[in-house]
Write a protein that binds this ligand. Structure first.
Ligand code: NIG
Ligand code: FE
Length: 414
């Protein structure tokens, strides 16, 4: 049903050029004051403009009084691992007591613990857990998600994870892009030596990725290129195969050091390089020149007690930035992207306006979805939020407070 959102104090339209925005353009939110927005029956935006210019044909629609409130695009979470089995609450306690994340991983826990639990979960258990999670994420303002596999590390479970993600789109109505992250960790059964390890990388390239491509369940291919995971050479092998099979590329890069992931992402023209806690001028220049979006995950820095990626240096270097939750069972199970938006300011030192762009338009652009979501422009999907404040900066000022009054997804109040 068409809906009139009338007399909002502010509408953050983010109208502007398509494609990732960098530098000063990130802070340009194209805000309308005392404005209204009309949704169409097909779930798109029919009209947006000054309240007193509302065309007569829309005046008798069912309406929501938005006086004193802010309208903004619904959030786009462009890096999640939100389909997993079981949990790692015990590990959280170990880490809070001083245990090291990388050491737990090297000892066969961490990601490998989630692999065990995900392999053991039935399809319906995986779906039910993930649906509960994604509904909480939507309550926190997110309606578009990227979802990675990577807790299977075998063909069957990787496919089951990706199909679960697709099912969330088909049955749950969420807008979802999927990523095959078979190169997330070397599984227990391939840890005996170098030959077994090389055989696993081979299996990703010759068995897992081709079957995933044939099933049509992954839009992107990703690799965890870092200490304790995959080398740049191994990651390149996997990513080049993914690209040859028609997938876009994303890279887990430079989380634990200058481990080559960011340069690799630039060389391969990836859509996104993610984490980037350790980054120097040359690496920033390479990302800018290749047009790679830097996806920052400040929740992970907070949870793991690691440094925050230097967002200011990236803005100054002209690199387009997205911000996402990284929602996963281990390094960061935070679900609220609206709170992570606040962390992007306090931790990564983005301005509130830059952070808003990073969780809406730029995140959408990194997923090739910026002509559908991430801005409030006629013809685009009516995915938007009503904030119970006249000033969007309260998302940072009062980060974590329940400021999101209404979530609208494809024109429907959810
Ligand atoms: O993005 N860095 C690699 N992968 C995830 C962590 C996954 C896990 O601990 O289960 C991340 O932080
Ligand atoms: Fe991740």
């Amino acid at each position: 049903m068409p809906l009139l959102l009338h007399h909002a104090e502010a509408v953050l339209t983010l109208q502007g050029p398509n494609g990732p925005r960098a530098g000063a353009a990130m802070a340009e939110l194209s805000i309308l004051r005392n404005a209204s927005l009309v949704t169409a029956a097909d779930g798109t935006i029919a009209w947006v403009g000054p309240a007193d210019a509302l065309p007569a044909e829309h005046r008798s629609l069912e309406s929501i009084d938005c006086r004193g409130k802010t309208l903004m695009p619904a959030l786009v979470d462009s890096h999640t691992h939100l389909v997993w089995g079981g949990d790692r609450r015990d590990e959280l306690e170990m880490r809070l007591a001083g245990a090291d994340y990388e050491a737990i991983f090297a000892a066969g826990g961490g990601i490998l613990s989630s692999v065990k639990q995900t392999r053991a979960a039935t399809d319906d258990e995986l779906y039910a857990q993930s649906l509960a999670r994604i509904r909480r994420m939507r309550r926190s303002g997110t309606t578009t998600f990227e979802i990675k596999s990577g807790y299977g590390l075998d063909l069957e479970t990787e496919l089951r994870q990706l199909r679960t993600a697709r099912r969330l789109a088909e049955e749950g109505g969420f807008r979802i892009r999927t990523t095959c992250l078979a190169a997330h960790a070397v599984p227990a059964e391939a840890r005996a030596g170098e030959a077994e390890r090389a055989a696993f990388v081979e299996r990703i390239c010759q068995e897992i990725l081709p079957a995933v491509a044939k099933a049509g369940v992954a839009d992107y291919c990703d690799a965890f290129c870092d200490r304790g995971a995959f080398t740049p050479e191994e990651s390149r092998q996997v990513l080049e195969k993914g690209r040859a099979l028609g997938m876009g590329l994303r890279v887990h890069a430079n989380e634990f050091g200058h481990t080559g992931g960011a340069i690799l992402a630039a060389e391969l023209n990836a859509f996104s390089a993610d984490h980037l806690l350790h980054l120097d001028d040359d690496e920033r220049r390479a990302l800018r020149e290749a047009g790679v979006v830097a996806t920052l995950l400040p929740g992970t820095s907070l949870v793991l007690g690691k440094p925050f990626a230097d967002g200011r240096a990236l803005v100054q270097a002209g690199v387009a930035i997205a911000v996402a939750t990284d929602c996963n069972p281990g390094s960061c199970a935070l679900e609220s992207l609206s709170m992570v938006l606040g962390l992007a300011c306090y931790g990564n030192r983005l301005s509130p306006a830059e952070a808003v762009c990073a969780v809406t338009h730029n995140a959408a652009a990194s997923l090739g979805l910026d002509t559908q979501v991430g801005s409030l422009v006629p013809g685009r999907s009516a995915d938007l939020l009503v904030l119970d404040t006249p000033d969007y900066r309260d998302l940072v000022y009062h980060a974590g407070s329940p400021l999101i009054e209404t979530v609208i997804q494809r024109g429907i109040v959810v």
